[in-house]
Design a protein around this ligand. Structure first.
Ligand code: ADP
Ligand code: ZN
Length: 445
């Protein structure tokens, strides 16, 4: 993606840790293997769940002789962490654990994660890395609108930004009007939140008559939920910023697993700390480089909670081609969502983000939508409820119907999906402060 905003002072392309971020691939693989071996030994000897899994698979850490042997190891799942809730998978005694967090619980009971002092240091370094890659510098005023608490997002970004030397505003989420006041008065230049909350904020700015172009904001660091390229364009245009994506999950570390550089052509993975594989989610077989599938991650430096071959359920693709920024690490494309989010409607597989892409292209549609899935007479049905602008909403019935037909046609031709589109009044959809809930699946109720 070309660089668009000239006044971004991150354009000098700073690299936080050039030694590791620009490592020659052969050396990187060697480092990964050494770290993997240490991790496997730690996990095997300190965590009963791993010992049991390895024994069941009739392997020991010694059987992993090259990096490619990783594929003989069993997977770890969210379920393993749930079964061993809360501390059963920790590899160090609690006296060495200095921080506890948990996942958000988007798909069930939250899992508990722990950090040693070294783990916290690594985490902070890796967040400083991706924030630098996104253009954050010591002059920035970083406005953190992730909820502070057990969720890893806020604390992760907080300490990373401090390490860069930026000025951090620990705003937390919610109370949008106050957020906007602080943003204006304190001159926030970097915004950290979920993309859906950024959208909520810009809507509110428009209602209150605040011109985003008058603000000091220049970069957004958005993550924690799937969002489309169309959504990125929407945020970049309306907030007049560069919108960057970053990815993480609490089980592996939290934010800082990967993040965009200013070219925004895939998120650079910190491969000196995480080994990424792509598998076929059905068979578990590792797929060749460049194919799309489920991301599997192994953290190779974590002391308190080593996680081997974690099935993230997130669907993405790895790109090993050189990046103009000079980093040599693999990049993961924007995730379409978790395999659990994938909807199967009349046999068609579709992610909410793909529907989002189509909706956001239609003139007159506001970027707020919800997907309602139902089972009627044993048939799955999908209703796409979407906000439209006043002009369309108050248009003649005939013209409104024509608009609905046109969007339904666009969905059908882009995704092979037949869905019913329902236009709803401007500002009537729920607004999000954290992770957006896009799908209402009435089939499970
Ligand atoms: P939970 O798994 O309960 O939601 P986390 O807060 O640890 O708990 O969230 C991690 C998950 O959030 C990831 O597995 C992924 O599905 C989603 N996620 C995080 N960052 C991104 C991102 N940049 N793009 C898409 N999805 C993301
Ligand atoms: Zn890059």
């Amino acid at each position: 993606m070309p660089l668009t905003k000239a006044h971004t002072y991150g354009l000098d392309n700073r690299i936080w840790d050039p030694v590791h971020e620009c490592m020659e691939r052969e050396g990187l693989r060697k480092l990964q293997f050494e770290r993997l071996q240490t991790t496997l030994h730690r996990a095997y000897h300190k965590v009963p769940c791993y010992q049991k899994k390895f024994q069941e698979a009739k392997i020991t850490p010694e059987d992993v002789r090259t990096l490619d042997d990783l594929s003989i190891l069993p997977f770890t799942t969210k379920e393993d962490l749930r079964v061993n809730y809360p501390y059963g998978m920790f590899a160090v005694p609690m006296r060495d654990v200095v921080r506890i967090h948990s996942s958000s619980g988007t798909t069930g009971k939250p899992t508990v994660v722990g950090y040693s002092r070294n783990d916290l240091n690594t985490w902070t370094e890796l967040v400083a890395r991706f924030m630098t890659a996104a253009g954050v510098v010591e002059d920035d005023i970083v406005h953190i609108a992730f909820g502070y608490g057990l969720f890893t997002g806020a604390f992760g970004l907080h300490y990373g930004a401090e390490r860069i030397g930026a000025s951090v505003i620990p705003m937390s989420s919610g109370n949008t009007d106050k957020q906007l006041m602080i943003m204006q008065d304190y001159k926030s230049s970097a915004l950290v939140c979920t993309p859906s909350y950024a959208l909520t904020m810009v809507d509110r700015m428009e209602t209150l008559g605040i011109d985003p172009k008058e603000l000091d904001l220049r970069v957004g660091l958005f993550g924690a939920e799937p969002w489309s390229e169309e959504m990125r364009r929407e945020l970049e245009t309306r907030l007049d910023i560069i919108a960057t994506d970053n990815y993480g999950m609490s089980e592996i570390m939290g934010p800082g697993i990967s993040g965009d550089c200013l070219y925004r052509n895939g998120m650079h993975i910190s491969e000196d700390h995480f080994i990424a594989e792509i598998i076929d989610p059905e068979t578990g077989v590792v797929l060749p480089a460049g194919e799309t599938g489920e991301l599997v991650l192994t953290n190779i430096t974590k002391e308190a909670l080593p996680i081997i071959r974690y099935r993230t359920r997130d669907i993405t693709r790895l790109d090993y081609s050189p990046c103009p920024c000079g980093r040599t690490t693999a990049r993961m494309t924007k995730t379409m969502g978790r395999s659990d989010d994938m909807l199967i409607i009349k046999g068609v597989n579709v992610f909410p983000t793909q529907i989002e892409e189509v909706l956001f292209q239609a003139e007159g549609i506001e970027p707020h939508y919800q997907l309602i899935v139902e089972r009627i007479n044993n048939m799955d049905t999908l209703e796409v409820q979407v906000e439209v602008n006043e002009k369309i909403f108050f248009d003649e019935m005939k013209r409104q119907r024509a608009f609905v037909t046109q969007v339904e046609k666009q969905l059908a031709s882009a995704l092979g999906l037949s869905a019913k589109v329902k236009l709803v009044e401007p500002s009537s959809m729920p607004r999000h402060e954290g992770k957006a809930q896009r799908v209402i699946d009435r089939r499970k109720i």
